[in-house]
Design a protein around this ligand. Structure first.
Ligand code: NAD
Ligand code: LMR
Length: 329
């Protein structure tokens, strides 16, 4: 029997990441090579021409899996029946800015989108927030969609995870496929904690191969500040790697992670002392189409202090958006 088409909504589809994503989604890299796609591209009026142009090019790609492309500036229309929502649309930071500087400007985008998801999304909807500050924007979106289980709202730390894997593999001069068991904890910000204490390289504990000073002075700051490094070097925030990580996150969520784990920001259930409800990055496995936090990992003082610092920042962001009226008291 042919697989039913899935409705995929991309917000900010006329922007940089949108352009890098759309063609890969149409070619089957988001959900699988046998899953037909109906695309909805949501933009604000100023972005509609760019999205329309991308839609014309998608048409010209003659993608066998792509059944339709609709461009709209109406969130209700865009999220009606949506199975997968990629919430990319929001302002990127420029040189000298931190992601938290975007809190108010971008936070206002996500309440209305949460309401539109609540009103019309398919029962199995999965939402990935990419737009920064991604964790807190996911929290805002979920807060406006009370009828959708909170576990369906996630934020992207897969880019940080991929960066950490790549940095570690380069340092140890092994292929990226040799690395397993790495975790990004906390916020998608400079406070994030890339944790190698449970990581292995070809089955050997990474911690036997790297020193704590390399972790503290080189690896952790390099990964945590990679977004800024890209902005400094390119003059604009990451695009291709962000689109790639978006596909990785959703593909694994839908199709499973197999024996290993990855990192994603999901609604906390209180695991590892992270206050319930915060959208924080954890080690996660995808089982039966749902993210499950990997439980029972030991955490020493080195890790605990860093996880706590990043979680404290998430608590501050939650208080800030509450004070702005972007989430209910
Ligand atoms: P961009 O400026 O090129 O594109 C953003 C697009 O969003 C624009 O076309 C704009 O018109 C549109 N937009 C703005 N408000 C909208 C709304 N209410 N509804 C629909 N569309 C709207 O930016 P970009 O480079 O594509 O980056 C997008 C976001 O992704 C930024 O916030 C950036 O910081 C973030 N980002 C996150 C990660 C991550 O790992 N989580 C990585 C890279 C970038
Ligand atoms: C990144 O990590 O590259 C993005 O979140 C962009 C940014 O602002 O750092």
């Amino acid at each position: 029997m042919p697989t039913e088409a899935r409705n995929v909504t991309v917000t900010g589809a006329g922007g940089q990441i949108g352009y890098a994503l759309l063609f890969r989604i149409a070619s089957g890299q988001l959900l699988g090579a046998d899953v037909p796609i109906k695309l909805r591209l949501l933009e604000i009026p100023q972005g509609l021409n760019a999205a329309e142009g991308a839609a014309l090019e998608l048409h010209d790609g003659a993608f066998p899996l792509l059944q339709s492309v609709e461009v709209t500036d109406d969130a209700t229309r865009a999220f009606d029946g949506v199975n997968v929502g990629l919430l990319v649309g929001s302002r990127p930071r420029g040189p000298g800015m931190e992601r938290a500087d975007l809190l108010e400007a971008n936070g206002r985008i996500f309440g209305p989108q949460g309401r539109a998801i609540n009103a019309g999304a398919a029962d199995d909807v999965r939402v990935l927030v990419v737009g920064n500050p991604a964790n807190t924007n996911a929290l805002i979106t979920a807060a406006h969609a009370p009828d959708v289980p909170a576990e369906r709202f996630t934020a992207m730390t897969r880019l940080d995870h991929n960066r950490a894997v790549a940095q570690l593999a380069a340092h140890l001069a092994v292929p990226v496929t040799s690395i397993a068991g790495l975790t990004i904890w906390g916020n998608h910000s400079a406070s994030q904690y890339p944790d190698v204490f449970h990581a292995t390289v070809d089955g050997r504990p990474v911690i036997d191969l790297v020193g704590e000073s390399w972790l503290a002075e080189t690896f952790i700051p390099r990964v945590a500040n990679r977004g800024s490094e890209i902005i400094r070097v390119r003059g604009a925030s990451s695009v291709g790697s962000a689109a790639s990580a978006t596909l990785d996150h959703v593909f694994d969520w839908v199709n499973g992670t197999g024996s290993g784990w990855t990192s994603a920001a999901v609604a906390s259930d209180g695991s590892y002392g992270v206050p319930a409800g915060l959208v924080s990055s954890f080690p996660v496995r995808s089982v039966g189409g749902a993210w499950r936090i990997v439980e029972g990992l030991e955490m020493g003082a080195f890790s605990r202090a860093r996880v706590d610092a990043s979680v404290a920042e998430l608590v501050e962001e939650r208080e800030a958006v509450r004070a702005l009226g972007l989430i209910p008291d």
